[in-house]
Structures are given as C-alpha cells and as structure tokens.
Ligand binder design. Structure first.
Ligand SMILES: Nc1ncnc2c1ncn2[C@@H]1O[C@H](COP(=O)(O)OP(=O)(O)OP(=O)(O)O)[C@@H](O)[C@H]1O
Ligand SMILES: N[C@@H](Cc1ccc(O)cc1)C(=O)O
Length: 504
C-alpha cells in the first residue's frame, strides 16, 4: 500500500512535447563532476542583494507592463527575459495576470533525490509569478513519478521503488519549499507544496477509467510527440507511460477544481502534457450548460548543453541544487565558468537582476577595462544566493578564496571540508605529522618526489602551509598548525594543493 502522507497538501511556512526549440547553452567550460583545478584560481566577491523593485524592472521590454498592485505583468516580464516558449492563450493570460491573483503550478517528478540546474528554470518562473503577486504551487509527482513521463525520452524510464520515490519526494519537497520560501517577500502570496499521490493514491483503477479515461480521446493521445516518437522506436511505449499524460492532465483538473489553480508552467518538453491538462479541464469541468474555468499553460525554453541535449540528470553530470549532492562552492564554480557566449542569456533566465543591469554588464564585456569574468561572477553570486541562501553563497566565496593560490584567508575545518572533494586529499597518522619536517610530509603525501626536491622548494618560498608561505627549509609541523586539530592544507607551488587529514 502506498503511503500517501509524505509531503501532503500543506501550506508553506512563510508564506508540446512538440516544437522543441531549446536555448543553446554551451555548458560550463568545466564539467561539474571534474575536480576544478582551474577553479582554485578564481576569486569571489561579496554580492549586493537585489530589491524587489529593482528585480522586476524590465525596462527593455517593448510591451506595456501592467500587472497587479503596481507590480509588472508577469507574462510580458517573462517574455522580455526569454522565458516564454509557448502559451496556450497568451493574450488572454496576459490580461488575466493583470486583473487578479492567479495560482500557478509547476510539477516535479521525484526521479532523483534532488533537482538540478535545468529544473531551476521552473522554480525561477514560479518565483517570478510570486514576485508579481501570484500564488506559486509546487507539485510533487508522488504518483506520476511511479508511472514515468515519456516526454523527451527515447526509452522507457526505469521503474523506481516506492521507497525510493518516497525518499525523493521528501528531499525535493524540502528543497522546493526552502528555495521558494526563502526568496519570497512579505507582501506576496505564500508557496504551497502539494503531492499528487494525495489524490491518485486513493483512486481506484476503475474510477480512473470511468471518470478520467472516458473523457480522453485516444487519437489525441497518440498524436503527442512524446508518444509518437516512442511508437516509432523499436522498443515502443508501455501502456503505463502512454497513460502518463492523463495523470498530469488530471492533476490540472484537480488543482483547478479544488485549489483554484489556473496556470500550469513547465519546460517546452511538457507542452503535450500541459495541453492534455487544459483539454481535460474543458471536458471535465465544462459542459453544455457551464463554461469551463479559464486555464492556461505556459512553457519556457529548455536549457540545453553545447551539443543541444537537454540539460538534466543524464547529460554531462547534473548540476544538483541540493547542497548534499553538490556543494555551494562547486555550484558557484560551475556558474562562474560558463562561457561568455552563454552568460548574458543565463543572467536573463536564471536571475532576477533588472534587464538594464544585465545590458550594462553586456556592454561592459566588450569595452576596455572589463574585469574578466565579471558577468560570470554576478551570475554565480545571484544564482547561488537564490538556491543556497546568503550562507551558502558566503561559504562558496570563502572556499573560492581559500583555494586561490597564495590566499591569505583564515581557514577553518568546515571550509576545508567543503572543498575536500575538489583538492586531492590524504590521511596521515598524527605521529607522521606533528614534529615532522614539512619537507618529509610533502614527500609522504606525494606532493614532492624526494626530500631534496621538497627542501629546495620550501627554501625557494614555493610551499604554503594553510595558505601561509613557509620558507624555513627545516620547518617542522607543530600541533598548533593543525586546523581544529585535524587538518592541514598544503600547497607545493601555486596550484598543487593537498588536504591532509590527521588520524589518531
Ligand atoms: N534543461 C531544462 N531546461 C528547462 N527546463 C527543464 C530542463 N530539464 C527539466 N526541465 C523541466 O523541469 C521539470 C522536471 O523535468 P524532468 O523531471 O523531466 O527533468 P529531468 O531531470 O531533466 O528529467 P530526466 O529524468 O529525463 O533526465 C519539467 O517542467 C521540465 O520541463
Ligand atoms: N511531467 C513532469 C512533472 C509533472 C508531474 C505532474 C504534473 O501535474 C505536472 C508535471 C516532468 O516530468 O517533469
């Protein structure tokens, strides 16, 4: 029996498949899973935070921005930032968004225990709706995750166990709630996090067939790209995945009828499922004598890598949003290293910076005196702050500073552990560290090939102990050198770093 009481319908604390036209994203210059040797050279900077008024100033839009209570119209704002691919009834939605508060939802299937950078677009768009006065609803696919969305996939999804899905629902539920709640202002509607297992769990198969299936046309279902492409493949498509669009479609019906949700958003690969929803809303909630509620779908372009593949879990190593799976430092570094060709587009799509600030950065990039990577730094700061908060950003900047060659940053064990995955590390017994010549330790951890080479390097000023230069040839390591009694950061030359853990 499925446990339906995980992330249930709880209020938050504070508050086509066709026409895929992905946004080319050249990817980072550095794959996230690759230890970032080059990244050690990058310096961080403390960023200024962006006020709501600034963030929603989209002066370069050529459309009138009229929204709720003096806030911009969310649809034109999203258009101006390249965040609209298709809308089911664009003009009408734009009018509706200026007239009253809308509830808008984005669904996330629990196919992993974290979301990734591609999914961040959905969170950003939800946040924009919220900033413009509308209510964001994050829907966890506790039920749909058990079925598997065929959209954008050439093969069947692996079936995950109920326990795994349950675990993933709980992890991504907390992540979504944390990000959306932390980034919401006091004067905007609070976030709701729902789980579709709450309504599908208790529904019998017969009820599904009689009350939902009866309203679905098989010809329309077959015409969806997600189904058509798979039908043409050797493997075909299972009945299970074929029905997926009806589950997502019915979510929209349920959310519209019971929660007043009027808009569904998603990546462009979700167009087929989203229109299945608007279609079912018309059929189930409208009739000869009653107008169906006006519901809308809006898709945003997919972020794709340099080879045009959807930026997600499977391609090139996911850039995870959860700090447990990817440290804020690595997340920051990934964004810091996107190419010049991508950075402006990403600033528009992934940050809340005013367009005029982004345009100013763009102009500065081509002008003399431009500090290299200033635009990348801004991108990394803004997005890291949005995902990991001020604390996560501070941690990322501190780690970046600490790993800068010759940095004079005060090191602490937490910072060092943060970057442990990026610098090589070694473990030595305490007796092989305390009272032992630094040159010998350099050899023991293979930073130098021989004692003589190590001594020469120390003497020449090429060795750093906890970021401080040591030039005494026979220097011996003392207990006070150990950071929190257990760690040393050694560097031979400016780039070769090694984290030494001391065991008892
Ligand atoms: N690269 C991307 N750019 C924009 N939106 C994306 C991207 N990847 C996923 N999304 C959106 O995030 C939501 C969740 O998508 P999904 O679970 O399919 O992501 P995924 O992890 O990439 O999937 P997969 O399991 O196929 O790798 C959908 O609305 C989807 O369109
Ligand atoms: N199908 C979406 C997730 C989703 C699930 C349920 C919905 O109602 C909406 C969206 C995806 O794979 O990413």
């Amino acid at each position: 029996m499925l446990n339906q009481q995980r992330i249930a319908s709880r209020p938050a604390r504070a508050g086509a498949d066709r026409r895929r036209q992905p946004v080319p994203f050249q990817g980072s210059k550095l794959a996230p899973s690759v230890p970032c040797a080059a990244a050690f050279q990058l310096a961080g900077a403390v960023a200024a935070s962006t006020s709501f008024a600034d963030a929603t100033n989209s002066s370069s839009s050529d459309r009138p921005l009229t929204g709720l209570g003096g806030k911009p119209n969310v649809v034109s704002l999203l258009r101006s930032r390249g965040l609209v691919q298709e809308v089911t009834n664009g003009e009408e939605l734009e009018v509706a968004a200026g007239v009253g508060q809308l509830s808008v939802y984005c669904g996330f299937d629990p196919t992993a225990d974290s979301l990734h950078l591609g999914n961040l677009l959905g969170i950003v768009v939800l946040s924009w709706f919220q900033r413009c006065g509308h209510e964001p609803v994050a829907l966890l696919g506790g039920a749909t995750g058990l079925v598997g969305d065929p959209s954008g996939r050439s093969t069947e999804r692996p079936v995950l166990s109920e326990e795994q899905i349950e675990h993933n629902v709980s992890s991504i539920g907390s992540l979504l709630e944390d990000i959306l709640t932390r980034n919401s202002q006091p004067d905007v509607p609070t976030v709701r996090v729902l789980n579709n297992l709450d309504w599908f769990g208790p529904m019998s198969f017969l009820t599904f067939l009689r009350e939902i299936g009866k309203f679905a046309r098989v010809s329309t279902m077959l015409a969806k790209d997600s189904v058509r492409t798979r039908m043409e493949s050797e493997q075909g498509i299972s009945f299970t995945e074929f029905t997926y669009q009806l589950l997502q479609g019915y979510d929209f019906v349920h959310l519209c009828r019971d929660h007043g949700v009027r808009v569904q958003i998603g990546g462009s690969d979700q167009w087929g499922n989203i229109t299945a929803g608007t279609d079912l809303v018309r059929r189930l909630l409208g009739g000869e004598e009653r107008e169906p509620p006006a519901c809308y779908g809006l898709t945003f372009p997919l972020l794709v890598d340099s080879e045009g593949r959807k930026f997600g879990k499977s391609v090139g190593g996911a850039v995870w949003l959860s700090a447990e799976k990817l440290s804020p430092y690595k997340f920051y570094q990934y964004l810091f290293q996107v190419t010049d060709a991508d950075v402006i587009k990403l600033l528009k799509m992934l940050t809340f910076l005013p367009l005029e600030d982004i345009e100013a950065l763009q102009a500065a990039m081509g002008a003399p005196g431009y500090v290299p990577n200033a635009a990348q730094r801004r991108l990394a700061e803004e997005v890291t702050r949005f995902v990991h908060g001020e604390e996560g950003l501070a941690q990322a900047i501190k780690a970046t500073e600490a790993l800068k060659p010759g940095a004079a940053t005060q090191l602490d064990a937490a910072t060092l552990e943060t970057v442990a995955g990026d610098a090589p590390s070694a473990t030595l017994p305490r007796a092989s560290v305390e009272g032992i010549a630094l040159a010998d330790i350099l050899v023991a951890v293979k930073l130098q090939p021989s004692k003589s080479a190590a001594r020469k390097l120390v003497k020449g000023g090429g060795v750093y102990l906890n970021n401080a230069k040591v030039s005494e040839e026979l220097y011996t390591v003392k207990p006070v050198d150990l950071i929190e009694g257990r760690l040393l950061l050694l560097a031979a030359g400016k780039k070769n770093k090694m984290l030494v853990r001391v065991s008892d």
